[in-house]
Unconditional design. Structure first.
Lengths: 190, 176
């Protein structure tokens, strides 16, 4: 991969990246985790994103949202990765939170936090989120979890507001249908 | 009463409607229980998504910051494309390469000149043939063959070549 900076790294540049990791590393990692659905890919995506920040640090405009900027970097990197893997992102790498088999037996010790996260992931909304397309999941995360405006989402995703709107409408329709199905299930069994 | 579309409810929930439309939707919701129920459902989905995201929130993995800074240090230490080019252009490399190229530029044309097949004029062959025909007039079958092949290539040969052929045929006929 060709490298952009021609000038050597400066202490100022390193300090910029270190401060960015300190302030926004966790948010970036969680955003990457929600996009990819597994910790291994989220780690790679977060690292690559901060390397991009290091390379392009001069293009960041002070006064604008750093988080929006790095979310845009993460979104683009994730899209590139999906294209590279030809849409086999989930199939190639098992999810970290998927139940692991050890010779047909469950692991002897289950960490209570892992158990809690697993239970959370088994929620219908988590399942529904994973059934969305990558773009639909991105727009749900940005609109409903990060609570960005349509314009900000369009800037992050590099598309029009109309596209954001239609993706959000379709994604919400699917989520609504799945949630209603879950709500109806206990009533049918009664 | 016409109910609100789901898309309108979603845009209203995300505060993405124009002010006039937003006010109209608000008024409708106050009067319409069905649409209020649908709004509450959409709002609940958003709330659950946020609550779940909060519950699943992960800390930055240990060593992540160090790993990023190590990659940055490695990248900073590695030569840039310009540095690689400059290194390649240093005198120790450039002088021998330029000298080799200059030598090749001189030697290659000379070599090709030596290697080229000697070019003999057509007349040489014709005169040789005429002399042979004079010595062995009865054994000359090749005169006809040669003329035929020369006529076949006449379209691509020069005019002097045809003249030479005619001269040769005259010599042949004279020999007979």
């Amino acid at each position: 991969m060709p490298r952009k900076p021609v000038e050597p790294s400066t202490p100022e540049q390193n300090a910029f990246v270190e401060r960015a990791i300190e302030q926004y590393g966790k948010a970036t990692y969680n955003f990457a985790y929600r996009l990819t659905g597994n910790e291994a890919d989220a780690r790679d995506l977060t690292q690559d994103a901060f390397i991009r920040v290091y390379r392009a640090w001069r293009s960041f405009q002070p006064g604008t949202s750093f988080l929006s900027w790095i979310y845009r970097i993460v979104t683009n990197l994730h899209r590139d990765e999906l294209r590279r893997r030809k849409g086999r992102f989930q199939e190639e790498i098992p999810e970290d939170n998927a139940p692991q088999e050890f010779g047909g037996q469950k692991p002897l010790a289950v960490h209570p936090i892992d158990d809690y996260v697993e239970r959370q992931l088994s929620e219908p909304l988590s399942r529904a989120l994973r059934r969305l397309s990558s773009e639909q999941r991105q727009v749900i995360i940005l609109a409903d979890i990060e609570e960005y405006s349509y314009q900000e989402i369009a800037d992050i995703m590099g598309c029009s507001i109309g596209t954001v709107r239609s993706r959000l409408h379709r994604a919400r329709a699917l989520l609504r249908r799945l949630v209603l199905q879950e709500q109806e299930r206990p009533q049918q069994t009664r | 009463m016409q109910h609100l579309g789901n898309d309108t409810i979603i845009d209203y929930l995300h505060r993405e409607l124009a002010p006039g439309e937003d006010a109209a939707v608000l008024m409708h919701l106050e009067a319409c229980a069905d649409c209020s129920v649908r709004l509450n459902l959409e709002s609940a989905i958003g709330g659950r998504l946020r609550a779940q995201a909060k519950a699943e929130e992960l800390d930055l993995p240990l060593g992540m910051r160090e790993a990023i800074m190590a990659r940055i240090a490695a990248e900073a230490a590695a030569p840039t494309p310009w540095e690689r080019l400059a290194a390649w252009l240093r005198p120790a490399v450039v002088v021998p390469v330029v000298a080799a190229a200059a030598l090749a530029a001189v030697l290659i044309p000379m070599g090709t000149q030596h290697a080229a097949a000697p070019t003999l004029p057509v007349m040489y062959y014709l005169e040789e043939h005429a002399a042979h025909a004079q010595e062995n007039p009865l054994a000359d079958r090749s005169a006809t063959v040669m003329m035929t092949s020369l006529e076949r290539t006449a379209s691509t040969e020069t005019v002097p070549m045809m003249q030479a052929v005619n001269a040769a045929s005259l010599v042949d006929s004279g020999a007979r």
